[in-house]
Structures are given as C-alpha cells and as structure tokens.
Design a binder for this molecule. Structure first.
Ligand code: CU
Length: 243
C-alpha cells in the first residue's frame, strides 16, 4: 500500500499541478456531469496517471456540513478532460476532490489531492455534525472504530465489523482493500485517506481491520468507511474526535 497523500487537499494547485474546471455553480436537484482537467507544470492537461487502488483517479464530493459524501471514478477523455457523474446535490457549498499520482513529468510517482469548490444554488440548510461515536450500524452491519487519535501523530486504529452480534468474515475486496476509509475535517473539509494494513486475499476479510491513521489537525473528523459484502457496497459514516 502506498503512503498517504500529502497535504489536506484544500488547494486547487500544488507543485505545479492544477485542478481546473469551468463549472463553479450548478442547479440543485439534478445529477451533474462535472468536467475538469488536471494540468501539469507545463500548463497542459495531464493524460498519464498511475493506477492506485485499481483506479487512475479517485474523486470525492462533500458538502460543507460533511453530508452528501460521494466517491466516484470519473472517465477521462483522450485530451485529459475528466467527467465525474455527480448524483443529486443538495443546495450549499461543496468541495470536490481529485486524488491521483501523475505517471509522467516532474510529479511522477507523487500523490496529489487537489480540490475545487462548487456552489449548488438554492436554500441551503446545514445539518449539525453527529456527535463523536465509536459505533455505527449501516445495512445491518455494525462498524466499530477503536483507537485514540492525536493530531499529527501516527496511531493504530482498528475497525471491526459485526452482523447480528456475530463477527463478519466475508468482506470482499473493494478497490484492492477490505475497507476504503476517507475522512473530512469539520469546519474546513480537509481531506485524509487511510489505508488498512491488511493484505487482501479473497472474499473473507474481517472482522478486524487495522489502519495506520494519521490525521493532521485536531477536532472532529467525519469518517466514511466503504466496504463490500455479497456484491453490495456499504458506506458507514461516523464522527471521530482527534485531540
Ligand atoms: Cu476511489
């Protein structure tokens, strides 16, 4: 597994690479095709990307109140234009992240996370962030997160899966992992991606997955944990406090 991408993803450019889009505002209540490019230090769209977790680019959308999480894998046209098929967006301020590693140029082999904002027109009402909790149930699966986290320090985090009180042992690989974990910081939407330390081996992941977690800033983070069982993708969300 590769190292965690550097930075908090809150900038549209880094090291000469830039995420560009003509779309800054869309209507609410409809699916949106979000077009963007990643340009390199020479100003031209990058078309060569390294595959990470089975994809050349990972795309995330999150609203300013950390609701509405979407994790997509856009398609790239030959000219380097990416198209992300965003689902129905609620009114408000959104941040759209692209996570990638160029496969050519000065940034070759480096991990980048860049983002842009998107305004969805309409009356926005913020949902209060759910209180920090170590447990959440989604689609009948209870996901428990254990570990004390301190800002800027690497800690072990263990994520455990149970169903009907029994340990789950049939997690299927999803993007080369048994659990895909992304986190967004309350207030500024800073981004973090955590990799499990478990090696994937068939459809029998679980019940416990150790993660190497390092969240850069203190406060509340909203975790989105995606896992797959019997061909269905589940997304568990919970709030984690980092001291
Ligand atoms: Cu992805």
């Amino acid at each position: 597994m590769g190292p965690m991408p550097a930075g908090d993803g809150l900038s549209e450019s880094d090291g000469g690479y830039r995420m560009a889009s003509r779309t800054a505002r869309v209507m609410a209540g409809m699916a949106t095709s979000y077009r963007f490019t990643i340009s390199g230090p020479d100003g031209k769209p990058v078309t060569s990307f390294a595959v990470d977790q089975t994809k050349k680019l990972h795309f995330y959308a999150i609203r300013s109140d950390l609701t509405g999480f979407q994790h997509l894998h856009p398609a790239m046209a030959a000219d380097g234009t990416w198209m992300a098929p965003l689902g129905n967006l609620q009114p408000g301020k959104w941040r759209l992240f692209a996570s990638f590693a160029p496969d050519s140029g000065s940034g070759k082999g480096k991990d980048f996370v860049l983002s842009r904002t998107l305004t969805v027109a309409g009356n926005a009402s913020a949902t209060p962030l759910p209180k920090a909790a170590s447990k959440v149930t989604v689609d009948g699966y209870t996901v428990t997160v254990q570990g004390e986290l301190m800002a800027g320090m690497a800690h072990d985090l263990t994520v455990s899966f149970a169903k009907n009180g029994k340990p789950v042992t049939d997690l299927q690989p999803y993007l080369d992992t048994y659990a895909h974990l992304t986190a967004f910081h309350a207030g500024d939407q800073a981004f973090a991606h955590l990799h499990p330390q478990t090696t994937v081996n068939g459809d029998h992941g679980g019940p416990d997955l150790p993660f190497h977690a390092e969240l850069p800033t203190s406060g509340d983070w909203r975790l989105f944990l995606q896992f797959r069982t019997a061909g269905t993708l589940h997304t568990a969300a919970l709030t984690l406090h980092v001291s």
